[in-house]
Write a protein that binds this ligand. Structure first.
Ligand SMILES: Cc1cc2nc3c(=O)[nH]c(=O)nc-3n(C[C@H](O)[C@H](O)[C@H](O)COP(=O)(O)OP(=O)(O)OC[C@H]3O[C@@H](n4cnc5c(N)ncnc54)[C@H](O)[C@@H]3O)c2cc1C
Length: 463
């Protein structure tokens, strides 16, 4: 009796059906199982002195919403989804031993832990099962870069100039019309979120964040379309016409695209975003501002390629240092610098922070408080709804002066930044309501007089 030709599709941060190369087949299988494995290590504490999980409530909620939405999409196309929790290589190996597929398909993973799981699976596969690692999730695949990965330019600017000149961004692929059926008797479905984490099941972002992150491919496209076509005050052209001027904003739903969470989980691909921007440009005309969205996506690409090259170096030494008073004051929004404290309150309450605020709080932790950058990166990993390992740890390394940054003396004077980007003190008053009664001119004053607050160090550039 001939055996059914089965493929297993192993999803990671590619939770979409459109522009997903894993779901395109030269020779389609007769049956297909789609599986997502939540790595059990994500449920470990983010720090040995803490109980909160690495995978914080904002991101876990977003992932679960994305998985539920994906399951709906897959069912519509004749397939389904299986979600497991455990060690990915072991879970996949167990499935392979039962289903005896002809192959497992997985997207190439930029970070060393996930890549190690792919390698581990390779050594556990039963005879007759192949492993196919497929490129995806960047504007340009590693193999299509105009240089070998180990010749990746050491600065972002050099990288961008090269890829803009010599690489081509392929078009985004349409969603498949139908998918191969589910293998007979194979399990499907996933555990309820509340069983994983009560905190996540109860997660409600603070409405002061003025933005709802809802996971899933359709929700990602809805946000993309809304940002491109509806965010400008009519009849002025919308978001992309002003992106370069507004992207350094701190508050509100539309100062930047707010696409990062969907990009991080792969509900949207960067090519889809790029292509949608091109559609907008065809209608309104290309301008520096609309170009700048793709410019920022190149940053994402750069960090992804750099992560693949740098391996465990991305994370620095693995063991995190002990938590210090200075770190805890920063984390809890008690440094006494209103601009920093407001941002840290926002981060914990919403799972999001503007790029401007991220740069300031990161610089303040490392350059003013003298705390190890890895603690900041680990706290961001726990909090962020859009956590993306290459972008988060890459940006933190950058701030920590150990990344691919030619300017190791980069320093943010947070008081000057506060005056510039929050001149009326609205942002700090929003997140630190106890300051709202103060006149705008006083809202950014360090809280040296507040005895219940951590005494802030002097804000001076490092020697
Ligand atoms: C310390 C620090 C940590 C960060 N951690 C993350 C993270 O975990 N995940 C994440 O997606 N971004 C991270 N960023 C980058 C950036 O802050 C966010 O991508 C951005 O604020 C998300 O908002 P947006 O989608 O509106 O971005 P937009 O300004 O609209 O940019 C469009 C897209 O470009 C990409 N992008 C923009 N800036 C960067 C950047 N500096 N590095 C990499 N990609 C970028 C993102 O995918 C983003 O969605 C971090 C930045 C800093 C300084």
């Amino acid at each position: 009796m001939s055996q059914t030709v089965t493929d297993i599709i192993w999803l990671n941060n590619d939770l979409r059906v459109a522009d997903n190369p894993l779901l395109r087949f030269a020779s389609p299988p007769e049956a297909m199982l789609v599986v997502y494995v939540l790595d059990g290590r994500e449920l470990d504490a983010w720090h040995r002195e803490e109980s909160g999980m690495r995978l914080g409530p904002a991101r876990l909620t977003f992932i679960w919403q994305s998985l539920m939405a994906l399951r709906g999409e897959l069912l519509r196309l004749g397939s389904d989804l299986l979600v497991k929790i455990g060690t990915p290589a072991d879970e996949l190996a167990a499935l392979c031993n039962t289903l005896r597929p002809r192959r497992v398909r997985v997207s190439r993973q930029p970070c060393c832990d996930e890549a190690a799981q792919i390698d581990a699976l390779r050594s556990k596969l039963p005879a007759g099962t192949a492993l196919e690692v497929v490129a995806g999730n960047t504007l340009v695949d590693t193999a299509a870069l105009p240089f070998a990965l180990d010749a990746l330019p050491s600065t972002f600017s050099a990288f961008r100039r090269r890829v803009e000149k010599d690489a081509e961004i392929p078009p985004a692929l349409p969603a498949p019309v139908t998918l191969p059926p589910w293998p007979d008797d194979a399990s499907r479905g996933f555990p309820p979120l509340a069983r994983l984490s009560r905190q996540s099941a109860a997660w409600q972002p603070d409405p002061r964040g003025q933005f709802d992150y809802v996971g899933g491919e359709a929700a990602g496209h809805k946000r993309l379309e809304a940002y491109l076509w509806q965010t400008g005050a009519s009849p002025a052209p919308s978001g992309p016409a002003h992106y370069k001027q507004t992207r350094n904003g701190l508050a509100g739903p539309d100062f930047s695209t707010r696409l990062s969470a969907w990009l991080a989980r792969g509900c949207l691909s960067p090519r889809q975003v790029h292509q949608a921007v091109k559609r907008w440009e065809a209608r309104h005309g290309a301008c520096e501002s609309s170009y700048w969205i793709t410019f920022e996506l190149w940053w994402r690409d750069y960090f992804h390629h750099a992560a693949a090259l740098d391996g465990s170096g991305l994370f620095g030494r693995r063991e995190l240092p002990p938590l210090s008073d200075a770190f805890c004051a920063w984390r809890d929004g008690r440094t006494g610098i209103p601009f920093i404290d407001a941002a840290m309150v926002e981060l914990a309450a919403t799972g999001f922070l503007s790029n401007r605020a991220r740069q300031n709080v990161a610089s303040y932790l490392v350059k003013d408080l003298g705390v190890d950058w890895r603690l900041g990166a680990a706290w961001f990993e726990h909090c962020l709804v859009d956590f993306d390992a290459p972008s988060n740890w890459g940006n933190w390394r950058y701030v920590g002066g150990t990344g691919r940054d030619p300017r190791r003396d980069r320093y943010f004077n947070v008081l000057k930044q506060a005056e510039r980007y929050d001149p009326d003190g609205h942002y700090v008053a929003r997140w630190l309501p106890e300051l709202a009664a103060l006149p705008a001119a006083l809202r950014h004053r360090p809280w040296r007089h507040a005895p219940e607050r951590f005494a802030p160090p002097r804000v001076t550039p490092p020697a």
